[in-house]
Write a protein that binds this ligand. Structure first.
Ligand code: PLP
Length: 405
């Protein structure tokens, strides 16, 4: 850690380095190396990679539209994409107009995203000083971990849940303690409390509504967890689709609470990458120091501001998706090999039953141009998750499921 500045050092002189041709004003910066001298002649690229990253399994992202399109031999517009909880209505029309009229794309964006944070303050009722924007909520999850965790520190999550917490923890050299949810996907507060006492994790990631099942966390449960000596990161990526309100304003009261939100789902801006978080003032200060200066692009900030200028569009799209979620849930209940769970979000988790295989179901639907997500991990084996689309997407999905019955 730190910098050794040889030009100002009293213990090193540049003349002591062989072939040193540095000019007067040039600085030579040396970082301490951990590569043993005897290995220097046998270097390969991965010698330089941090030890814990050499064992990291890559994150499994969904395939981009173009790749999917060529693999399935279908045009992108002929693929029904219900695998990544995207918002099929896209953003309000003002967003495309705003992107088309960007005046200074050659100038770096505002490192403080001032316009966007002012708009978010109006939208949320929480003052801009508590708000920091990022390149998606994903960036903020990683930024929080980089600010909070030392290698070897512990975090807690409650699977099944969003797998980026585990992934980012691994990248940051942290250990993940998993306290599984109960069978109905509710949190096991008693076990969480015991594990906090015994293992002393630094932070817990909670998701409400939870991805992949769509359950929400009661205020009572959240309050109990906030009493524990742990930083609570509450991920509200899907909060708009539920009937509960955001807890952003709680960060003024609880010094150990961070709330994350995103434009990806609510405003149909997943491709433009804009997320934001509400933080206690005692924490946000360090995130400002550690973040990349230009983390929110000009296009991302302009798009998010334009989206917030049309709250009626956002409300109508949300209402359409919530209505479609209820219709889809009822229809899925009638499929003999699926057991859907009620959801407060824009997706529905289904157990795959009656001898049908979840992976095969996903593959068969993909061949028909309908993409869904399947799960085959320890915490969730034999399940699929279907994002809520437009009514015509539901109709095509149901037609395909009938063919497989
Ligand atoms: C629970 C949860 N949090 C965060 C994200 C990432 O949001 P963003 O697109 O803003 O990075 C997702 C994306 O699917 C998610 O499911």
């Amino acid at each position: 850690m730190g910098v050794i500045d040889l030009c100002n050092s009293t213990t090193f002189r540049l003349s002591s380095l062989p072939n040193c041709s540095f000019g007067r004003n040039q600085k030579f910066v040396a970082m301490t190396s951990t590569i043993p001298a005897e290995q220097v002649n046998k270097l390969t690229g991965d010698t330089f990679i941090r030890e814990h990253l050499r064992k990291l399994s890559p994150y499994q992202p969904i395939l981009p539209f173009e790749v999917l399109s060529s693999r399935l031999g279908r045009k992108p517009e002929d693929i029904i994409k219900l695998d990544a909880n995207e918002n099929p209505y896209g953003p309000p029309p003002e967003v495309m107009e705003a992107i088309g009229s960007i005046r200074f794309p050659y100038v770096y964006p505002d490192p403080e995203s001032r316009r966007l944070r002012a708009a978010l303050a109006q939208d949320s009722g929480l003052e801009a000083e508590y708000i920091l924007a990022g390149c998606g909520a994903d960036e903020l999850i990683d930024l929080i971990m980089r600010c909070v965790l030392d290698p070897g520190d512990k975090i807690m999550d409650c699977p099944p849940t969003f797998t980026m917490y585990e992934f980012d923890a691994a990248v940051n050299g942290a250990i993940v303690i998993k306290v599984p949810r109960r069978e109905d996907f509710s949190l096991d507060v008693k076990q969480i409390t015991e594990v906090v006492e015994q293992e002393k994790p630094k932070c817990i990631f909670l998701t409400s509504p939870n991805n992949p099942d769509g359950s929400i966390i009661d205020d009572e449960v959240l309050l109990k967890i906030l009493e524990l000596p742990i930083l609570v990161v509450l991920d509200e990526a899907y909060i708009e689709f539920s009937s509960i309100g955001t807890k952003m304003s709680w960060v003024k009261k609880f010094e150990n609470l961070i709330v994350l939100r995103t434009f990806s789902k609510r405003a149909g801006l997943a491709g433009l990458r804009v997320g934001y978080g509400a933080f206690p003032l005692s924490i946000i200060e360090y995130l400002w120091r550690a973040k990349q200066p230009y983390n929110v692009s000009v296009a991302a900030e302009i798009s998010a501001c334009a989206a917030l200028e049309n709250p009626i569009y956002l409300e109508n799209v949300k209402n359409a998706l919530v209505k479609e979620r209820e219709r889809l849930y009822d229809l899925l209940k009638g499929v003999p090999f699926l057991r859907p769970f009620p959801s407060h979000s824009n997706f529905i988790l289904c157990g795959v039953t009656s001898g049908m295989n979840a992976k095969k179901l996903k593959e068969d639907l993909a061949q028909m141009g309908v993409m869904i997500r399947h799960y085959d991990k320890k915490e969730l084996n034999g399940y699929v998750r279907v994002s809520v689309g437009k009514p015509e997407h539901t109709d095509i999905l149901m037609k395909c499921l009938r063919k497989l019955s």
